[in-house]
Design a protein around this ligand. Structure first.
Ligand code: DHB
Length: 397
């Protein structure tokens, strides 16, 4: 069996794993990133698209990506539409911040390019089977590449391997993996070839269900429809999809075009019961999952990584292991805030299939209270654009 040694093994070449590897490199700490997927898969999988202002500042100032400033689009607000009536949430006016629309796979392309430019070690098509000796000073990742077993021995192992994390199994007790909630609806997402229909994103709650009109570029748009989690994405014709989207955003005539991708996104909230065991830690979706409504997933991963990079820097600078424990506590404070925000946006904008008339009227009153109140709109704007990142309060304030 081949054995390799490094300071940190990072499992998962998603935004969390790659950014961590990049930030550690800036501190002079080398790592190996492994991922079961091919580079092409990582760079082309369609995911979310909204970056908080603090995420953008970190990507740019750390030298990880300037593509976001070139190809990304700054958005200073969103529209909440309730039964055909639009309400702008003006981020710039309410909190003096904004967000960027820049698809996750573009962030990944930039991060991979930055790691390779700096001599980083990313091993694609390498499947992790197990994490050994998590409580020792030399934990080990047991993996396979082209059928050949390989042990990667390090001082720390980081699980950045998404919601089906293998690393998490080495940390949490199987009978108590974490805190979990499912929702009785999902999003049916499409990509289509069409120009944008509106200058900003439209989050629309209607009697027929929720719809989100997002964007990708001048010629490609991303849109979502609330649907049954069991929906077969091939079951609706293009015309049925367009009719449903048009009906749910009444008030704006959507610009239609060929639909070239369809997927169903399940809604889940999850927080792992532990983020650390000995020398093994979790970041990003491996540690937590949020439903997509508040656009928090990738941003939360970035915040975890910033905090963990600081703890690792401290550890290797001789400041002790306390920083690794503090990581879990610091990260979880933001994680639970984001859990609340994502749950709240989701519950406020979607009618559950079993909603009573009382539930519906209460929900609409909540939207009415929010949109009519500067304080209410400000909370949404603050959370959506992102709370200040630790150590960077001045940048994002
Ligand atoms: C997108 C996804 C989201 O979950 C969201 O809240 C906003 C935009 C997107 O894919 O563009």
């Amino acid at each position: 069996m081949a054995e390799v040694r490094t300071r940190i093994v990072i499992v998962g070449a998603g935004p969390a794993g790659l950014l961590l590897s990049h930030l550690l490199h800036l501190e002079g700490i080398e790592s190996i990133v492994v991922d079961a997927r091919t580079r092409e898969d990582v760079e082309s999988t369609i995911r979310a698209g909204i970056l908080e202002q603090g995420t953008v500042e970190l990507l740019v100032t750390s030298g990880a990506s300037d593509g976001v400033l070139i190809d990304g689009a700054r958005h200073d607000g969103i529209e909440l539409r309730v039964d055909g009536v639009g309400h702008r949430i003006d981020f710039a006016d309410l909190v003096g911040r904004g967000v960027w629309l820049y698809p996750q796979h573009e962030v990944l392309r930039d991060l991979i390019a930055a790691r390779l430019r700096d001599g980083g070690d990313i091993r694609f098509e390498t499947t992790v089977d197990d994490v050994l000796d998590p409580d020792s000073a030399r934990p080990c990742v047991r993996a396979r590449h082209n059928g050949e077993p390989i042990d990667i021995v390090a001082e720390l192992v980081v699980g950045a391997d998404g919601s089906h994390s293998v690393v998490r199994r080495a940390i949490t007790d199987p009978s108590a993996t974490g805190y979990f909630r499912e929702y009785p609806f999902a999003w049916f997402g499409i990509l289509c070839k069409a120009p944008p229909s509106a200058p900003e994103l439209i989050y629309s709650s209607s009697e027929r269900g929720f719809a989100l009109i997002s964007q990708r570029s001048a010629t490609v748009q991303r849109m979502y429809l609330q649907c049954d989690p069991e929906l077969d994405p091939t079951a609706m014709s293009d015309n049925q999809i367009w009719d449903e989207l048009q009906a749910r955003v009444a008030g704006t005539e959507l610009r239609e075009g060929p639909i070239f991708q369809r997927d169903v996104l399940r809604f889940r909230s999850f927080v792992a019961s532990r983020l650390r065991r000995g020398r093994v830690l979790l970041v990003g979706d491996a540690a937590h999952t949020v439903p997509p409504t508040g656009a928090k997933g990738m941003n939360l991963a970035v915040a975890d990584v910033l905090m963990l990079a600081d703890a690792v820097r401290g550890l290797f600078a001789g400041e002790g292991e306390g920083l690794l424990d503090a990581y879990a506590e610091r990260a979880l404070q933001r994680v639970w805030r984001a859990q609340h925000f994502s749950w709240w946006m989701t519950s406020m904008l979607h009618a559950a299939p079993d909603a009573t008339e009382f539930d519906t009227r209460r929900r609409l009153a909540e939207l009415d209270t929010l949109t009519a109140s500067r304080a209410g709109r400000s909370y949404l704007a603050e959370a959506y654009t992102g709370w200040p990142l630790p150590g960077r309060e001045r940048c994002s304030g």
